[in-house]
Ligand binder design. Structure first.
Ligand SMILES: [Zn+2]
Ligand SMILES: [Zn+2]
Ligand SMILES: [Zn+2]
Length: 324
């Protein structure tokens, strides 16, 4: 495995072969999971409810040579980083959406704990939490799980967001995400659901049908470090309701948590971002459902086409019973 950079778009691409698992048994069931080293178990004693294990076939590995090297005019580096699997429940037949608010809150706590811990590694510039739900999303196992990666580069989309947030702040001395929440709450038409200060909304320029962002109304650039009032039970309740709505019509989705990059690492490509980062960036969760082909969304030459207006998507989502 190696990581190469496209000199034009500056995207880092992980290249190399991954072993296709021929394992037919779920690796997250007893006794298989008990043989794996637990990075984190909750609760610490007794039967676990949430467990973090190293990815069995990781994209990135903690040990090894990180060094960025020149390859002629190009840049490449070794696949150094972290790649972990968060097993969200011991129950093979439950989806994240089917857990209680308390259980979802625990999963969120585990995500945050792993992000905070991985950020202690100065080599890691960014930590991402993501989840692929459903066969169409490319999920690796049917057992409810999410993944945490720590990378020695900042993924391209995060870089775009950092750059845009910083520009917005420079011009207006306001956080663009705070501005979005304020405007959307005033308009209401793209709001899907609200719980306390947490909002689920369809973004103005949704890339795919029923794209949803979950944001906290109060400014905070760090997902992993809640501020006073950052009640995670409310976030869990809202996330559960959003995912249960999707369960009714979207067989699969991608979910990703966007938080600020690792501020302990002040070197290299991130050096320019620090001055206003805490004020200009705002953590959020993006959910990209994969719906049936009748409302196709696709990108042609990097331009998204989405046949469902976010206003209509939000109206529909509001009408779907999230159950409990
Ligand atoms: Zn299982
Ligand atoms: Zn903000
Ligand atoms: Zn984002």
């Amino acid at each position: 495995m190696e990581i190469r950079r496209d000199p034009i778009t500056q995207s880092w691409v992980v290249l190399g072969h991954r072993e296709a698992s021929d394992e037919t048994n779920c690796p997250f069931e007893k006794p298989a999971i008990d043989k794996q080293q637990a990075i984190l178990s909750w609760p610490a004693e007794g039967p676990w409810q949430v467990r973090v294990v190293p990815h069995p076939d990781p994209l990135y590995r903690i040990e090894g040579e990180a060094g960025r090297r020149a390859d002629g005019i190009y840049d490449k580096m070794g696949p150094v980083g972290a790649h972990e699997v968060v097993v969200e429940t011991p129950d093979h037949n439950k989806r994240l959406s089917q857990l209680t608010d308390e259980e979802i809150e625990r999963v969120i706590w585990v995500w945050a704990t792993r992000v905070a811990d991985l950020k202690k590694d100065l080599r890691l510039k960014h930590v991402t939490v993501y989840k692929n739900q459903g066969v169409l999303s490319g999920e690796e196992w049917p057992h409810a799980h999410s993944e945490v990666t720590g990378t020695i580069f900042v993924p391209r989309r995060i870089k775009y967001e950092l750059r845009a947030s910083r520009e917005w702040y420079r011009e207006k001395e306001r956080c663009v995400f705070c501005d979005i929440v304020r405007q959307e709450e005033k308009l209401g038409k793209r709001i899907v659901d609200v719980q306390g200060d947490y909002y689920a909304l369809c973004p103005y320029a949704a890339r795919v049908p029923y794209e949803i962002w979950v944001l906290h109304r109060r400014h905070n650039h760090l997902f992993e470090t809640p501020k006073p009032g950052g009640n995670r039970r409310q976030l869990a309740a809202l996330l559960g309701r959003v995912l249960r709505r999707l369960d009714k019509f979207a067989p699969a989705y991608h979910l990703v948590v966007h938080t600020a990059p690792n501020t302990r690492n002040k070197k290299g490509e991130l050096a320019g971002y620090w001055k206003t980062l805490a004020d200009d960036f705002h953590w959020h969760i993006e959910i990209l459902p994969i719906v049936e082909s009748r409302s196709k969304s696709y990108s042609i030459k990097e331009t998204y086409f989405n046949a469902v207006l976010p206003e209509q998507a939000a109206e529909y989502l509001r009408s779907v019973d999230p159950g409990s």
